[in-house]
Design a protein around this ligand. Structure first.
Ligand code: KIV
Length: 271
């Protein structure tokens, strides 16, 4: 794996990054704007996901179903303007790839023209015609199976998937189908670690886990979760900072200084 701190990351580089072949685990983080992309770039991650989780983390929605292709293009363009070295993957939002392959390619092209280098979509074998159409239009595709947030209503909530043998088997079959259709990597979300490990073992392309255990070929976390902006986070999140609390304290200190007259001082004033 070329060092993402110095060299732009490409799809073929990611596709080849299986841990069993001696590669380091892939690191992916979400970013939804230029400052987030600059942070991810400076931190040396391998991939930036412009996730449809922008819905919950930035736009104030309850779920990802409210996000449109125009929303995703807007945030993808903001990320791309930072010119980060990590590979930019943008989520195809709900109903942008569910109707037919032509509609899917048109929507994906909007994200590519906004600056994404690849798109991600959720689901298994049912998505094969869309994935094949994207690949034949030269648009790299990342899969996403397991706890797929766009299926929140079908799943009856955000629940760990693949707990029974039959459900685990169905996930593995779906993962193999999307890879056979052309996905260069697959996100596995919210499954027991044994399922994450078994799918990782079976696929020729890297798996990137989120709540899928340590055996995956990489990990992804949501920017706002790992930095501590969200008050409650799922069990699989590790908070590496408490920036939400730090931000409240900073804004409260500013408010106190304005009210007491301590801000601005002479050095903060033009003469
Ligand atoms: O939108 C998102 O943040 C995602 C991750 C949970 C993988 O799809």
């Amino acid at each position: 794996m070329p060092d993402p701190r110095t060299v732009p990351v490409t799809v073929p580089v990611v596709r080849a990054a299986k841990r069993r072949d001696g590669h380091e685990p892939l690191v992916m983080v979400t970013a939804y704007d230029a400052p987030g992309a600059r942070i991810a770039d400076a931190a040396g991650v391998d991939l930036i996901l412009v996730g449809d989780s922008v819905a919950n983390n930035v736009l104030g929605y309850e779920d990802t179903l409210q996000v449109t292709i125009e929303d995703m293009a807007h945030h993808t363009a903001a990320v791309a303007r930072a010119k980060p070295k990590p590979l930019i993957v943008a989520d195809l939002p709900w109903m942008s790839y569910h109707l037919d392959p032509v509609d899917t390619v048109r929507n994906a092209a909007i994200l590519i023209r906004a600056g994404a280098q690849a798109v991600k979509l959720e689901g298994g074998a049912i998505r094969v015609p869309m994935i094949e159409a994207l690949v034949s239009a030269e648009i790299p595709v990342m899969g996403h199976l397991g706890l797929t947030p766009q299926s929140v209503n079908t799943m009856g909530g955000y629940r760990v998937q693949g707990r029974s043998d039959a459900a685990a088997h169905a996930l593995a079959v779906g993962a193999k189908a999307v890879v056979a259709a052309g996905c260069f990597a697959v996100v596995i979300e919210g499954v027991p670690e044994q399922v994450g490990a078994a799918i990782t073992d079976e696929l020729e392309v890297p798996t990137i886990g989120i709540g899928a255990g340590p055996a995956c070929d990489g990990q992804v976390l949501v920017f706002h979760d790992l930095l501590g902006f969200n008050a409650s986070v799922p069990k699989f999140v590790r908070r590496y900072a408490e920036l939400g609390d730090a931000a409240i304290a900073a804004v409260a200190a500013y408010a106190a200084d304005v009210r007491s007259g301590a801000f601005p001082t002479d050095t903060e004033t033009y003469h």
